[in-house]
Design a protein. Structure first.
Length: 110
């Protein structure tokens, strides 16, 4: 029973992520895989969790997108597979850097 509940919850989560892609990237997508990623910066884990991988359908430049959620209430981040991003690990690095920059800007720092 528990594995069935996890499968349903996971499917709903993937569908939530997938519903964000057309709004941000003006294309459809197809789920491919779940990749566990742990990103460490200066000896501290800054992100640990699964990254969902989607093939993009109809995007003019990218063929793949990486997506995950963060914070409460859930916020979603999607990173296109465009240089320098070549993997889920690369996407997390870019995503973490973006979030740090966004937080610094919100606090009035450069």
């Amino acid at each position: 029973m528990r594995s069935w509940l996890n499968a349903v919850a996971n499917r709903e989560y993937i569908e939530q992520l997938q519903s964000v892609i057309p709004h941000l990237h003006a294309c459809k997508s197809s789920w491919v895989d779940t990749v566990p990623v742990r990103e460490v910066f200066r000896g501290k884990t800054v992100r640990q969790g699964d990254v969902e991988v989607f093939d993009l359908i109809g995007h003019p430049k990218a063929k793949r997108c990486y997506a995950w959620s963060y914070d409460e209430p859930e916020k979603f981040i999607t990173i296109l597979e465009l240089p320098p991003v070549k993997s889920a690990h690369d996407a997390v690095k870019v995503g973490v850097a973006y979030q740090v920059k966004k937080e610094r800007k919100a606090r009035g720092k450069k």
